[in-house]
Design a protein around this ligand. Structure first.
Ligand SMILES: O=C[C@H](O)COP(=O)(O)O
Length: 255
């Protein structure tokens, strides 16, 4: 079975100006990174900058939206539809990010509906899951991430265009990164869950990436873990060290 290609996503969240965007893209465009055969790089600017970034970004990197509406567009003020992303040739979307789950009240079912709809329109999905600190301390991490993944599995039949992003909420933007062992434990558990509940082939081929305070200093150790297939990076994706995170893909290719 083909090896899972390392995946590095940069989630810029609600940050930046047109000038910042130019600076970040310049750094990315000038960076020497492993080839497309080794690593897939996808950056996710705020909606308003998507066309600009898409137009300026090197061709071996790709773009993602940070959200999209749950069904066909229409009278949904403030929303962006999957059809619009298709129209702008935006190939990826991040869905189910914990900030949207917590702040906008997006339930696992709603997230799963969004994922199913985006996939039905031909958009590839970075699907985010993860437990809170309380849930981890209560020992329910696997239960929580399995339930979030189950909600998705119940609504989709083809996982080819899905990357699963495990992002423990307590590690997001806190500087408190999961240890490589903690990340590996959950990724391994998720892969086993996929074996049992979806199929061994899907478990083997689906990339499970880690997100939560990843930076240039901690990425290599995390990348060395067998079930960590890449990263979804927040804060550090706005900085030049994002290039070092992309380069951590070589940990896998030289293994
Ligand atoms: O989507 C990215 C995650 O929320 C991680 O954010 P962070 O790297 O700033 O902790």
């Amino acid at each position: 079975m083909a090896a899972r290609k390392f995946f590095v996503g940069g989630n810029w969240k609600c940050n930046g100006t047109g000038e910042d965007v130019k600076k970040i893209v310049t750094v990315l465009n000038e960076a020497e990174v492993p080839s497309e055969d080794v690593v897939e790089v996808v950056v996710s600017p705020p909606f308003v900058f998507l066309p600009q970034v898409k137009g300026l970004l090197r061709p071996d990197f790709s773009v993602a939206a940070q959200n999209c509406w749950v069904r066909k567009g229409g009278a949904f003020t403030g929303e962006i539809s999957a059809e619009m992303l298709v129209n702008l040739q935006v190939p990826w979307v991040i869905l189910g990010h914990s900030e949207r789950r917590a702040l906008m009240g997006e339930s696992s079912d709603f997230v799963a509906d969004k994922i199913a709809y985006a996939l039905s329109q031909g958009i590839k999905v970075i699907a985010c899951i993860g437990e809170t600190l309380e849930q981890r301390e209560a020992g329910t991490t696997m239960e929580v991430v399995a339930a979030q993944t189950k909600a998705i599995a119940e609504k989709i039949s083809d996982w080819t265009n899905v990357v699963l992003a495990y992002e423990p909420v307590w590690a997001i933007g806190t500087g408190k990164v999961a240890t490589p062992a903690q990340a590996q434990e959950v990724h391994d558990g998720l892969r086993k869950w996929l074996v049992t509940n979806v199929s061994p082939a899907v478990a083997e081929s689906t990339r499970i990436i880690y997100g939560g305070s990843v930076n240039g200093a901690n990425c290599k150790e995390l990348a060395a873990k067998p079930d960590v297939d890449g990263f979804l990076v927040g804060g550090a994706s706005l900085k030049p060290e994002f290039v070092d995170i992309i380069k951590s893909a070589t940990v896998k290719s030289s293994a």
